[in-house]
Design a protein around this ligand. Structure first.
Ligand code: 13P
Length: 251
């Protein structure tokens, strides 16, 4: 059985005070929920402020990225050891905004995934097609290539630690969600490819989140699909009550 996993990607939002207030609002709302794994991914500047507030709670801390190198002359990057030091359990890797605006490639994603696993951080690996790619009939080709290349350095023995987030780029921040059927179709293809890479039993244990305009109203139907094991939530994770509604949809 795969435990549903709902993570809030706060992106470039919230000062430290706002981040702390959001976590303080969220904690009592999710207290006692133990059948869903929950995480929030604040900006790097807020990790240290938020981390002690999450201690002893059922909300895990995630970074929004992770360096592939262990240390050194990599201006602007934050290493796995630094993230561990501040209490991160997860790191989002290869988000489409990183790919689109900051030149991330499948090769750099693979190296970041390796850095995460080498340091005991759970990678949340994002994959997804653009609208043009979908309209050109290339969805499966694009998504499955990103999957295989992004996981190129993952051994079968550690594959169940990895979380995949399928986020169609055209659904991110647009209010346009994939239908449950559209999402399920891609999730099933992802799981089938994972089975080819790592074997069926391992593929059955890997969580695949859906992301892209997930909100309180559409979460339950999306999460009810066979191969959708959680959600990576952007905008709706910035409001505690909306985020908790999504989490309840996974209970
Ligand atoms: P939205 O939920 O705002 O569409 O963002 C999704 C996302 O990119 C999460 O990583």
């Amino acid at each position: 059985m795969r435990k549903p996993f709902i993570a809030g990607n706060w992106k470039m939002n919230n000062t430290r005070a706002e981040a702390k207030a959001l976590v303080e609002a969220l904690k009592p709302l999710v207290a006692g929920i133990d059948n869903v794994e929950i995480a929030v991914a604040p900006a790097f500047t807020c990790l240290e402020a938020v981390s002690p507030l999450l201690a002893g709670s059922n909300i895990g801390l995630s970074a929004q990225n992770i360096a592939y190198a262990p240390s050194g002359a990599y201006t602007g990057e934050v290493s796995a050891a630094m993230l561990k030091d501040v209490g991160c359990v997860y790191a989002i890797i290869g988000h489409s905004e990183r790919r689109q605006f900051f030149g991330e490639t499948d090769a750099s994603v693979a190296k970041r995934v390796r850095a995460a696993l080498d340091n005991g951080i759970i990678p949340i690996v994002c994959i997804g097609e653009t609208l043009q790619e979908r309209e050109d009939g290339r969805t499966f080709d694009v998504v499955l290539t990103q999957l295989v290349e992004g996981l190129a350095a993952v051994e079968s023995s550690e594959a169940t630690l990895v979380v995949i987030a399928y986020e169609p780029v055209w659904a991110i921040g647009t209010g346009k969600t994939a239908t449950p059927e559209q999402a399920q179709e891609v999730h099933a293809a992802i799981r089938a490819r994972l089975a080819e890479c790592f074997g069926g039993e391992i593929a059955e244990a890997i969580r695949i989140q859906y992301g892209g305009s997930v909100n309180a109203s559409n979460a339950k139907t999306l999460l009810g699909q066979k191969d959708i094991d959680g959600a990576l939530v952007g905008g709706a994770s910035l409001k505690a009550d909306a985020f908790v509604e999504i989490i309840r949809g996974a209970c």
